[in-house]
Design a protein around this ligand. Structure first.
Ligand code: SF4
Length: 412
């Protein structure tokens, strides 16, 4: 994470009048989970950029706009500085105290956020104090806010979850492949064409992966599993990476020499959109399942259900074969995700190809708060095939540190 470039960080602009507790808010949010990796301080009135790791959001760039509301700063100058920060902001926070009177300072910010279509949130800090001036105004004007106390830490966990939900859809701190491949690398993409594939086109994750190879000046070769060996023979040297659809993971594993790095589309996306470490830890819950345990299959969209649907048919069959237990399943789709997760022993999330990282991370965070194991389709399939370690190995040198403790729980 320490080498996450600034461009891959979620830029959070923090605005607010003096004495609303912007700095204490930053400290409370980052807490012990935070590693300050760089700090570029300007003058006392210039914004301060802090590259930080905020768990579970990931690498962020906090822009502390201390001084922008200084009485001594002329209006024009203040606007100029604010606009410079806003140019880099993915998400804006306006910090107020319970007794803050919302005036032109905040109203101008709201106007600018809205004109730039930037998500923003009022943070009523110091909620341990008396006063409802700010909240009354925000309620009346239907402006989004959250109440927290940087001092007592009240509301901080909810605040972090809110930040993840608000993060723009395009934002992810983890690239698809950019941190693990190099220019001129040969990447083979194995794309089976079966009855589940749409007519005449590829599916979104495959297309995104090809585009990412091109963006990173790598050479993307596409083949079905049936032509994989021909593809390897046609190459003068071994490919740097093979990425396969999980449905043919075992076939590809059997064909591919051990020294060729192998992963799956769903593993790439599990890391890009979710928390690969949480999924790896979560999949071990399979070893402790008992008869009658409830499993939640969480699908992020309401796709057309196929006869051999992975969530409804294949996974229950695989788990019955693996665990030999009588497990009970609940399937949710689209925006439905249960508020109360306590009855589940394991949550199995889909790949989330149709939703943004914020949505998936929100689910992972809720599972963590409820102490319920969570994994996803791709990681589960790799685990059941006995090749989880191999498919996550290509990411060891990536921007996310992997907790690879495969020997902790013996597989059956
Ligand atoms: S992986 Fe999830 S989001 Fe993508 S099509 Fe399947 S259910 Fe929908």
């Amino acid at each position: 994470m320490y080498r996450t470039p600034a461009s891959n960080r979620l830029h959070i602009g923090i605005f607010g009048k003096r004495n609303t507790g912007k700095s204490s808010l930053i400290n409370a949010v980052t807490g012990q989970d935070t590693a300050i990796v760089s700090e570029v301080a300007g003058t006392t009135t210039d914004p301060v950029y802090k590259a930080m790791e905020i768990l579970p959001i990931g690498p962020c760039m906090l822009i502390d706009t201390a001084g922008i509301d200084d009485a001594g700063v002329l209006g024009e100058e203040r606007i100029k500085r604010t606009l410079v920060v806003l140019r880099k902001t993915d998400l804006g926070l306006i910090v107020v105290s319970p007794d803050t009177r919302i005036d032109n300072f905040e109203l101008e910010l709201i106007k600018t956020f809205q004109s730039k279509k930037l998500p923003f949130l009022f943070v009523i800090n110091k909620c341990e104090l008396e006063g409802e001036v700010a909240q009354n105004y925000l309620d009346q004007n239907k402006l989004p806010f959250i109440k927290i106390s940087a001092k007592t830490k009240q509301g901080i966990a909810e605040f972090k979850t809110k930040l993840m939900e608000m993060a723009p859809g395009h934002w992810s701190p983890v690239p698809l492949l950019g941190d693990i491949i190099n220019a001129k690398d040969v990447i083979i993409l194995v794309c089976p064409i079966d009855s589940a594939m749409p007519q005449g086109r590829l599916i979104l994750p495959q297309v995104q992966m090809m585009r990412d190879c091109l963006d990173n000046n790598a050479l993307a070769l596409v083949a079905k599993e049936t032509e994989l060996l021909d593809c390897l023979k046609a190459l003068k040297k071994k490919p740097q990476l093979v990425i396969t659809d999980s449905q043919v993971l075992e076939d590809v594993r059997d064909m591919l020499p051990e020294d060729i790095p192998l992963t799956s589309f769903s593993t790439v996306f599990a890391r890009h959109k979710g928390d690969l470490n949480a999924y790896i830890q979560g999949v071990y819950a399979l070893e402790n399942l008992k008869d009658g345990d409830e499993i939640l299959i969480a699908e992020a969209c309401t796709h057309h259900v196929q006869p051999e649907d992975i969530g409804r048919t294949k996974i229950p069959t695989w788990l019955l074969n693996y665990t030999k237990k009588d497990l009970h399943y609940e399937v949710t789709a689209g925006g439905d995700f249960p508020e109360d997760l306590s009855r589940y022993k394991l949550i199995i999330s889909c790949g989330g190809c149709m939703v943004n990282r914020g949505e998936i991370m929100h689910r992972i965070q809720k599972a963590k708060i409820a102490s319920v194991a969570i994994t996803n389709y791709g990681i589960l399939m790799a685990y059941l095939s006995g090749i989880l370690e191999r498919v996550v190995a290509p990411f060891k040198g990536g921007v996310v540190k992997l907790d690879l403790e495969f020997d902790k729980v013996p597989r059956k």
